[in-house]
Design a binder for this molecule. Structure first.
Ligand SMILES: *Cc1c(COP(=O)(O)O)cnc(C)c1O
Length: 349
């Protein structure tokens, strides 16, 4: 798709929107007597509005990820990026999106909140991408397609060629959620953005980066798409506290932590497969493992009562009998395994 074609997908009221201009937009210097934003003049450390464009933070992220900072949108979690994408592209009660299933629940919840129809398309039985069914599910009012790789909760990545077929064959935005990209061997598809301006990549500081409480996520896309998203967001969507702490923590290397989680993931996969009540351990390129067991609800309750909290996914399409287990510290994983052993040998469970 060309940029011109992408701009035609945008909601008419957003195409003509005149965004809010902050006091900091109208005067950009750092020094001076600031009497323009009705802030308190008393220094609390936090009395001034933060940078609405998060320039310093974007500069750091763009250097780390090797992308132009104009191709970067920062949000209050990737959840904000998802919501902003709906508000840029989808006319409520008229447009629709296509999303894979099973996958992350926020694509559907955010669509429901915005009154946008979601056409869910089941993955293939081996959890691979059903390219043809995704394309036939879309029509002339389908503005976006939501993919997630590595996918939550199945844990697998999708073939680059399958994603390329969708980027070429779908006349709309392909939103590829890479929340777990740091744990997978293939890496990000962000390098495709210059060639495919209909690609939006979502990443987050909530998982490998260890900053879930900060609420910082991002979209990487063509600068024209990012410009539209920035117009629609709240002016000060990333607080001064978040910007300050993110600048500090993003310089920290998480390489060894990610390596340790990947090692523990391998160990857990091998150990989990030994239990008689485990029917299937799905391969994982993320920091969690999906397993199919004889009695998911029973095992979930057993673990919960022993203060081991996992995610019961047994009511999710294609995940009947499944629990999703996050890879923890070695000691935490040992506790999980210990309780699974006692569950296996317990007659009255
Ligand atoms: C955890 C997760 C996120 C993270 O969302 P934030 O709002 O950035 O915390 C995004 N996508 C998927 C698929 C996830 O599992």
């Amino acid at each position: 798709m060309t940029i011109e074609e992408i701009l035609e997908l945008v909601r008419p009221n957003i195409r003509t929107l005149k965004p809010y201009s902050t006091a900091r937009d109208e005067f950009k210097g750092e020094l001076g007597v600031f009497l323009d934003a009705n802030e308190s003049p008393y220094d609390t450390g936090w009395n001034r509005y933060p940078d609405p464009h998060q320039n310093k933070l974007k500069e750091l992220v763009s250097k780390q990820k090797g992308i132009d900072s104009q191709c970067l949108f920062l949000g209050n979690g990737s959840d904000e990026a998802i919501d902003v994408l709906y508000r840029v592209f989808c006319v409520p009660s008229k447009d629709n999106v296509v999303a894979i299933s099973p996958s992350y629940g926020m694509y559907t919840v955010t669509a429901d909140i915005n009154d946008i129809e979601v056409r869910t398309v089941l993955l293939n039985p081996d959890f691979s991408l059903p390219v043809d069914r995704l394309l036939t599910a879309s029509d002339h009012r389908t503005k976006m397609m939501f993919l997630c790789s590595p996918n939550n909760p199945s844990g697998n990545t999708f073939d680059r060629d399958a994603i390329l077929s969708l980027l070429k064959g779908f006349h709309g935005m392909v939103v590829l959620d890479e929340a777990y990209v740091d744990f997978c061997s293939g890496g990000s598809l962000k390098d495709l953005i210059p060639e495919y301006p209909n690609l939006v990549i979502l990443q987050t500081c909530s998982k490998a980066r260890g900053l879930a409480a900060l609420r910082l996520g991002m979209a990487i896309a063509d600068r024209n798409v990012i410009r539209l998203m920035s117009m629609v967001k709240y002016p000060y969507n990333i607080s001064g506290v978040t910007q300050k702490i993110a600048l500090e923590f993003l310089s920290r290397s998480v390489e060894s932590e990610v390596a340790e989680i990947i090692r523990e993931r391998g160990r857990l996969i091998r150990e989990l497969a030994q239990f008689k009540f485990v029917r299937k351990v799905y391969p994982s390129e993320a920091n969690f493992i999906l397993i199919k067991v004889d009695d998911a609800d029973g095992l979930y309750d057993y673990l919960t009562s022993r203060e081991i909290i996992v995610r019961n996914r047994s009511k999710v399409p294609m995940c009947e009998g499944c629990l999703r287990i996050t890879v923890g510290l070695e000691e935490e994983n040992n506790q999980l395994l210990k309780h699974l052993k006692s569950y296996e040998t317990c007659d009255i469970c």
